[in-house]
Design a protein around this ligand. Structure first.
Ligand code: T1G
Length: 707
């Protein structure tokens, strides 16, 4: 009990009074998520505030780095716990005493809905406000779809709720979402200052739910246009369409019925497999940063200066990653012409961002100055980390690492961006294999979020910790993997590509295979992807592997014939598909169909009709089987690591959670049965069922048991 004689501790929510202002403080680290204890604490603290005869108004704020950042996502999928958040919001709105919410950090989801139930809203500098529920396969379920339109109008509300993107404090003031931008950085000082204003003006509670002016006579065209837009942009997603339904209800129903409609739509989203997939992706993306078995005392080494070798597409993109994180970077190549070309590409990329309003000119210029071109290895002498990004030649990489070993200071980390080659073999040419790792970026390196962090046999724990920390600093989803051909992502991709090509050999058309995978939710299918990456890339790798006598690499087929004719894909205007001038839309090409037919004839294959279901099973189940083998070998530590590699590196639909989360939803017994059938029919190695998969099925477990 404090001096005021008021019970002050409703942990994790506290009530106290300063003068005539009741203060409700939420304190539930790390983000003040609105779990059951916080919701119950809020109701108790609110009741204390109402009962406190000395308090004529209330201020609601949060301790720590942010106002409430939403409902507690960990509660989802479990039996709902009272009090419901919507009841807390309703109680705040019904308060006879004015309630002022003071927002700082990230006022998101249920946190912003709590603020919408308050009568006034104050934002501190730097605050971001949003309703990101749609990104979790949900919609604002505590009145946000009904109150936000009443405050900012249905058009702005639709934009915020359907996109899930936050707005800045200044933008929130502009649209009427907040009433005042506080100057001071302290929530309590801001709240007390605004309370004085409310008192001075004699303002009474302004209940958002009671407002009707902004939702009167809204044209139905607003919602039909939103639905048309969604049909084009995200036909697969369930939640965004429900968001439109909910906001439409705000404009067509009284509040009580609108809230009921919102609840129905929220539960429909909660029960959708897409919600499960997106929430798995949310937590998995954070879990991958915690590498199992990495000693807690493995402290990252300081990385203040970086070197990148190779000013080509990958090297230039990688240099941009570091410059974007304000890390000075030396970009090294062998000729001035290569450097000039690389810098010109980087400059073009930055200017394109400026032109799209994504980057201020001065920021683009500052980043460009952080990239210093060089022809001299000596310029890498004081680098803390060097990333080699030259083309896939083991001989060349060994030469480079031999040179780096001579030039770089002791303790510098030497990383290779190889996508398939043996990191241990590269490390072995140096006197410091413990300082060598793989940093496998994905093209375009400055855009794709995935970074496979490859730990070699001798990579030191603190080197792995440093690489994971660098991934975080440059905004990547770093996933630790072991050494094998193709590591995790490309090893699985290789199996999918082989099945896709075999399906065409047997009678499917490339565009049929691609359409099955885009209908599944991939942004593009394997053949359109091949045309984008360049058919010459795979062709050269297959040629190298044929020369090395690899039994796994099939003799040249129609894909090789296309590359031999210089049909590399988009970059040459034709590959598997043809492309009209200036267009990137893949169009079936009779030249390819003819090559396929001739190739089948040469192999004695009579083409057959291939079903879409067979295409889906053969392309995806072969990946699941390969992933199980990868887990068995310890090349990936957890199923969620594999999921995040595919979601962030290969466009696996995030609402499906990743290949292994999806496999659990399909049912491992079903998948194993089909794999066994394919193995019996073909005897092919890739269809040999993984013993791990067989064990999971036998024990009645899913891949989730390996997280
Ligand atoms: N619930 C539970 N845990 C959460 C959480 C949440 N809402 N948000 C973050 N965490 C955990 C996270 O897992 C991590 O845990 C730690 O907090 C730090 O997070 C009814 C239904 C707020 C911008 O979608 O966007 O409200 O790994 O690493 O980079 O209508 O977290 O340390 O163990 O991300 O500084 C809506 C989700 C929920 C916001 C901070 N709200 N969170 O980013 O830290 S649904 C959201 C974020 C809802 C209502 C609906 C970010 C952040 P650990 P972090 P950060």
């Amino acid at each position: 009990m404090d001096a005021s004689g008021i019970a002050t501790d409703c942990t994790p929510v506290r009530y106290e009074r300063q003068g005539r202002t009741g203060i409700i403080t939420v304190n539930q680290p790390p983000v003040n998520a609105l779990g059951q204890a916080v919701r119950a604490g809020l109701l108790r603290a609110l009741a204390l505030g109402q009962a406190d005869g000395e308090a004529d108004l209330l201020v609601l704020l949060a301790a720590g780095r942010t106002f409430m950042a939403g409902a507690d996502i960990r509660e989802f999928g479990q039996a709902p716990l009272v009090p419901f958040l919507s009841d807390v919001v309703a109680a705040l709105e019904a308060s006879p005493k004015p309630v002022i919410a003071v927002l700082h950090g990230t006022a998101l989801g249920g946190g912003l809905e709590v603020a919408l139930g308050c009568h006034f809203r104050v934002a501190l500098p730097g605050t971001r406000l949003g309703l990101p529920e749609v990104k979790l396969g949900l919609l604002p379920g505590a009145g946000g779809t009904q109150r936000l339109p009443r405050l900012v109008g249905p058009a702005k509300a639709l934009e915020m709720i359907v996109s899930g993107d936050p707005v800045t404090a200044a933008a929130a003031l502009d649209i009427g979402l907040v009433d005042w931008l506080a100057a001071e950085p302290d929530p309590l000082a801001a709240g007390l200052a605004f309370a004085k204003r409310v008192r001075a003006k004699g303002l009474m509670p302004r209940r958002t739910g009671a407002r009707g002016d902004r939702i009167a006579a809204v044209s139905p065209l607003l919602f039909s246009a939103a639905r048309d837009d969604l049909a084009r942009k995200s036909p697969h997603l369930f939640a965004p369409h429900r968001c439109v339904d909910a906001v439409e209800a705000a404009c067509t129903l009284p509040l009580a019925e609108g809230l009921k409609r919102e609840r129905e739509l929220f539960l429909a989203c909660m029960n959708s497999p897409q919600r499960a997939g997106l929430i798995h992706s949310f937590f998995a993306e954070r879990a991958v940063a915690k590498v199992p078995g990495l000693a807690a005392d493995a402290t990252p080494r300081p990385v203040h200066r970086v070197g990148v070798i190779g000013a080509g597409t990958m090297g230039g993109g990688i240099a941009m990653c570091f410059a974007n994180a304000h890390i000075p970077t030396v970009l090294l190549d062998t000729t001035q012409e290569a450097l000039d070309r690389g810098l010109a590409t980087i400059r073009r990329n930055y200017q394109a961002s400026v032109a799209k309003g994504r980057l201020r000119q001065e920021e683009a210029d500052a980043r460009l100055t952080l990239i210093r071109p060089s022809l001299a290895y000596d310029d890498l002498a004081d680098a803390d980390l060097v990333v080699e990004a030259v083309f896939e030649s083991m001989d060349l990489k060994k030469q480079i690492f031999t040179r780096l070993d001579q030039v770089c200071r002791p303790g510098a980390i030497l990383a290779t961006n190889t996508s398939t080659l043996d990191v241990d073999a590269i490390a072995a040419v140096t006197s410091r294999p413990q300082d060598v790792a793989g940093l496998h970026f994905f093209s375009p390196a400055n855009v794709m979020r995935l970074l496979e962090v490859v730990r070699g046999r001798e990579t030191a724990p603190d080197v792995l910790a440093t690489a994971m920390d660098v991934a975080r600093r440059i905004g990547k989803v770093g996933v630790a993997v072991g050494v094998c051909y193709g590591f995790v992502g490309n090893r699985m991709l290789h199996q999918r590509a082989r099945e896709a090509t075999a399906l065409v050999d047997e009678g499917a058309a490339p565009d049929q295979v691609d359409r099955v995978l885009t209908d599944f939710g991939f942004p593009m299918g394997p053949f359109a992807m091949g045309d984008l990456a360049g058919l010459d890339v795979g062709w050269r790798i297959r040629e190298e592997r044929r020369k090395a006598g690899d039994p796994d690499t099939p003799p040249p087929g129609w894909l090789d014939r296309l590359a031999e004719q210089g049909r590399y894909g988009q970059k040459t205007g034709a590959g598997i598909y043809r492309y009209e001038a200036g267009s990137r839309t893949p169009l079936p090409d009779p030249v390819t169909a003819d090559l396929i037919a001739r190739d089948r004839a040469a192999k004695g294959i009579t083409p057959r009709a291939v079903t879409n279901q067979e295409i889906l099973e053969r392309c995806l189940y072969v990946m699941v089987n390969e992933a199980a083998k990868i887990l068995e070998e310890g090349v990936a530590a957890r199923a969620l690591d594999v999921d995040m590699i595919w979601v962030h590196g290969y466009g696996f639909p995030p609402w499906r959670g990743g290949p292994l989360f999806w496999a659990d939803q399909v049912g491992l017994g079903t998948i194993l049965g089909t794999i066994t059938k394919f193995h019996q029919a073909s005897g092919a190695k890739q269809w040999q069922p993984s013993p791990l998969l067989e064990r999971l099925v036998r024990d009645g477990h899913g891949f989730a048991s390996l997280n």
